[in-house]
Ligand binder design. Structure first.
Ligand code: GLN
Length: 508
């Protein structure tokens, strides 16, 4: 049974279809792993065995009776045969930013420590409608602000490859849980890199779709014009299946795009002859560690062997992406987080004399220091006199960055580079230096500013402790709505390399 722990979603689906295992047995297998390994990793912050097993029993029932029996309130039934529900009975876990009816949704914050949402996020609904079984909720940086998962009210998450190191952030719980095989897959969100960066640091595949492809309904807002949900899993093939179940128009999110449903697996096996890969010189300059450079260049060699050619492209404004992001994201966050006032949601300070004191003490006590830093920055750049100097300038830069990508994509089909400048760093090494921390997003934020899809795939190992080499991620950025092509490019690489199949010691 233990080989099931490292199986792909397709293999799990086949095992369920062949009745080699039931959804209840599969859920139990993973819940037991969570119980044993989570005290070390701190990836899960909420589990509920009874709820999980109830979902698993329903999935077993669905597999027995056919998909028509699976009815999630408010969600249209999709397909009639179980063959149309390949994910039915497969466990996954949700980043704790997604609202889940009946389960606590904390967003990694004391502010929402006891918040139980009255409804499911669209992503949660859709994956449940596909028959997936939730194992619980995953740790994250508070309100998704961070690159290391050290900014969680529930404490840092440990990287399963080396528990002295961070798993990346803000979807660090998602990445650590999948890497340690506490779950076969997880949801995450990416505002400036929070799916791709932890995927890279934990040796996983993670995709941030084009802005608007996945509904933000019920996904607690950090920076609304940048936030996108997406999956983290072992391979591009798994991610394609999951994205198909997560994506789609949702009238409850005004930025959700009305586009026909897509089969993201349709191009997986397409050969790569003739593929043009753009290499922006800005992604290969100083600032990238040598071990990362060596692994990324070896991946490019592999792509050339597969028939791809590389062309140098230019993203002249990418040096401004981190400063622009750290104006726009905090500006939106300061507005989004104003709803947490101790009145309507979450934490309220126990002692206060006036209304104003209640607001200020609730926020002072309920938010952690990184969140407060973002609210201060955001309020500052939006304030009278600074709005034009900072916020408006950042918006103009954002437009230029998107235009740079449009121009680069005239010359190539996808853009490649490193996902992160370094491998996962030791816990505590950057937590007192916000600028250093923000710089770990240098290669990921541009795709969010431009709204483009991006994927990180494992491409080798860099230096860690001598006995604990750390994974390196290759980033592939696609054209708008070209997820299927991007997944094809990732999958073909995974057909000729085995980096994505390497797993940390805890999974053996
Ligand atoms: N690390 C970035 C930040 O702290 C991105 C976070 C994210 O994508 N949620 O804002």
């Amino acid at each position: 049974m233990s080989d099931l722990i490292n199986s792909s979603l397709r293999e799990l689906s086949a095992a369920l279809a062949a009745k080699k295992i039931s959804a209840v047995e599969l859920a139990t297998l993973f819940l037991d792993r969570v119980e044993t390994l989570n005290p070390t990793l701190n990836a899960f912050i909420t589990t509920d065995r009874e709820k999980t097993l109830a979902q698993a029993r329903a999935a077993d029932e669905t597999r027995k009776l056919g998909a028509g029996s699976l009815c999630v309130p408010g969600t249209p039934l999709r397909g009639q045969a179980t063959a149309s529900l390949p994910l039915c009975g497969i466990p996954l876990a949700h980043k704790d930013i997604f609202c889940t009816q009946g389960w606590r949704t904390s967003c990694g914050s004391k502010m929402l420590e006891n918040f139980v949402a009255p409804y499911d996020a669209n992503v949660v609904e859709k994956l449940a409608a596909a028959g997936m079984v939730s194992l619980g909720k995953l740790n994250m940086d508070e309100f998704a602000m961070g690159s290391s998962n050290e900014a969680s009210f529930f404490g840092p998450v440990k990287n399963p490859w080396d528990t002295d190191r961070v798993p990346g952030g803000s979807s660090g719980g998602s990445a650590a849980a999948v890497a340690a095989r506490l779950t076969p897959a997880a949801t995450g969100t990416d505002t400036g890199g929070s799916i791709r960066q932890p995927a890279a640091m934990c040796g996983l595949t993670g995709i941030k779709p084009t802005y608007g492809v996945v509904s933000r309904y019920g996904m607690i807002a950090f920076a609304s014009s940048l936030d996108q949900g997406g999956p983290l899993a072992k391979s591009a093939e798994d991610c394609a299946l999951l994205l198909g179940a997560m994506a789609g128009f949702d009238a409850r999110d005004s930025t959700s795009l009305e586009r026909p449903a897509e089969d993201y697996s349709r191009d997986l096996s397409r050969p790569l002859d003739g593929l043009k890969i753009g290499l922006p010189k800005e992604f290969f300059g100083p600032g990238m560690d040598d071990d990362v450079r060596v692994a990324v260049e070896a991946a490019l060699t592999e792509y050339r062997k597969l028939g791809a050619t590389t062309v140098d492209v230019c993203l002249p404004n990418s040096g401004l992406s981190v400063p622009a992001y750290y104006v726009i994201a905090p500006a939106e966050a300061s507005s989004n987080l104003s709803r947490f006032d101790g009145v309507r949601y979450g934490y309220r300070a126990p002692d206060y004399d006036t209304l104003e004191e209640m607001y200020s003490r609730s926020r002072a006590q309920g938010f952690g220091s990184e969140v407060k830093r973002r609210i201060l920055m955001g309020t500052y750049v939006l304030s009278h006199g600074y709005y034009d100097a900072y916020y408006l300038q950042a918006q103009k830069i954002r437009r230029l960055i998107a235009a740079d990508f449009s121009a680069a994509f005239e010359q190539c089909d996808v853009i490649m580079g490193p996902t992160t400048p370094s491998v996962a760093f030791p816990i505590g090494s950057k937590s007192t230096d916000p600028v250093q921390m923000y710089l770990s997003d240098i290669y990921t934020v541009s795709a969010n500013l431009a709204g483009l899809p991006g994927i990180s795939v494992p491409c080798g190992f860099g230096a860690g402790q001598p006995d604990k080499p750390m994974p390196v991620g290759l980033q592939i950025i696609g054209k708008w709505f070209d997820e299927a092509r991007m997944l094809n490019v990732a999958h073909q690489y995974q057909q000729v390399t085995d980096w994505h199949t390497r797993m940390p010691e805890v999974t053996k």
